[in-house]
Design a binder for this molecule. Sequence first.
Ligand code: ZN
Length: 408
Amino acid sequence: MPKINGERLLADLRRIADFGRYETGVHRPHLSPQDVESRHWLVERMKEAGLEPVIDGVGTVMGRSPKSGPRLLMGSHSDTQPRGGWLDGVMGVIYGLEVARALAEDPETAHLAVDVASWADEEGHWGQMVGSRSYVGLFSEADIDKARHRDEGTPMRDALKAAGLESAPRVHFEEGKYRGYLEAHIEQGGLLEAAGKRIGIVTAIVGIFVFRLTFKGIQNHAGTTPMPIRKDAGVAMMRLYNDVMDKFPTITGPRSVWTVGKMSIEPGAPAIIPGKAEMVLQFRDADVAVLNRFEAALLEIVAAHNKSGPCSVESVNLSRTMPTVMDERFLDAIEESAATHAPEKHVRMPSGAGHDAQVVGLKLPAAMMFVPSIGGISHHFTENTADADIVLGCQVFADAAAKILRGN
Ligand SMILES: [Zn+2]
């Protein structure tokens, strides 16, 4: 079995964290100068590893192996959230690189081919998972024309030009090229740590349903309008939210989550009864049956509120992202490797966060693996993972890749 070099792996991770370093984390949004620099550094490291890398027309780095043996695609993303962590995304890219190196160094596995991708803009500064969606054909030239930076409004075309990528071809999925796709990532939650486990074998990436609920009442004077005749949209919203919080726990799956992360009342003044209110509810689960159950319950609650009044409620579905189930044979391969290197310290679990694997998984058998996040913290510059867990995870991943490539 291939033996990874833990020191080389950690040194690469620490080096790429220099690009956009912020406190103990990294600020490296896609196509920022630091992001572009880090992609050129990655290209050089890929060349040293014997890969043939390109940076494509949306900024994805693809390092192709010149070998002709069975081939796997591995990777993740190296862009970050604003003031994000040093491992979110890029750990999976450097794992791919280290696995390619480790396979090449072992005469028994030297013929096996691994292509390594750093997908553009996973963190969504220009669109939604632009690199992987472009790869599978879900992000067109017209989408690039339309794309603007979510905070600054800059056209993506301008940013690509500034990065020297305006005429770079885009990489696209090729039928029959790969056995599948493997992605490693930090957990970004506290389940592994709490359970005393070191390897998470991701069974599915959760689906997310999002609804906007709009409440209409009558705006009026807060001092002169008697309580019995008020149509307070704010109160209607709170009551419906309360009903959701009462109902959902009775129909939940073991790891379902639901959140109202956005709420507003209008006009939003202390002396005015709100005439309009709005909240956005999202729920996540790895099982589509659970998602459908939540949706049905929500619509029942909405209907009941419309019937009882005094305000009206309208629900609009904003999106339905279906769960992505990971490839069972790949999960077995990761589990066998984990059983060798981390006996009793591995667990199967869903991913509550979205990842490129759910996009690439539309075209290829895919699997994901997690290592623990200290304190469950992520999307913050204090995000971290123990060095020993980073190294262990890569060794498990390398073994799993070799098993899958050899077909056993
Ligand atoms: Zn990530």
